[in-house]
Design a protein around this ligand. Sequence first.
Ligand SMILES: [Zn+2]
Length: 285
Amino acid sequence: MGKIIMKEILEIRINYEFATLLFNKEEGKNIGTSVKVIELLKEDPRYNKVPIIDQEIRSKYDRAFFFGWNIKRKYSTKELDASILLQLKIKTTFEPSGEDCGTLYDETETCKICGVNRKQIGPLLLSKKSIPKKDIARTIAGEIVVSNKFKNLFEKNNLKGMEFKQVYSKETPINFFQIIPTSPELQITQNTITGIDPFDLSETSDGEIYKCPNGHTLGLNLISEIYVKKIAYLNNFDFFQTEQKIGVKRGLLRPEPLYLCSKKMREIIVGDNLKGFDFEVTHLE
Ligand SMILES: [Zn+2]
């Protein structure tokens, strides 16, 4: 690819009380009286001051300068169109999870450290009324469902790399399908950055281990775009998951793989205006 024109924006929820230490009063959007949401370009000279001020406030008052954050990448249409592999991001998360609705899991072979490798037994059970009206959505435990429309388009266009399993709500089949990847898993490479947040790339915190010594997980959150190892059979599939996972076992939460799709699959999703998807450029190495 040629010149990079993607803009990286950090959307950060600043503690309102300390916001004026770095931002103008008029800047950002206030949420109630405790949070100010600021969009900060990575090139903004204040970007690197965020962790410094956070550190100061922590040592002085035992408080935080910011709470949540989200990295947005804005691409030109050209950049996205030229990318042969893209991260497929699922925008909507819902609960209750499958486990809460009676879906059975076998945990006998799960990793004792990070909790990956639990096996779903039988169909995915969910509560129909809680499933968002999107063409794709995920539960807080990482189970992914798609609409009938998505399934039909995937099959009609002869896309490859996933199969569809009927989802049930109280024993009744519903108009949603769980997707199961059937393609080889892709390897995330070292250029991919993970961490607790953009300013703290720690691999452990409060007794939790985010980088499993068994190689299952890489970190708590994805910070950068994804870099994956190039493989010969890439063109044979339109959908992939990564071998390594991101996240932590915490209550119902489990580490999850990242999902990727082909240029063709993105064109179909965008062309048919399917809802619930976002895409980022993925790099092949
Ligand atoms: Zn593990």
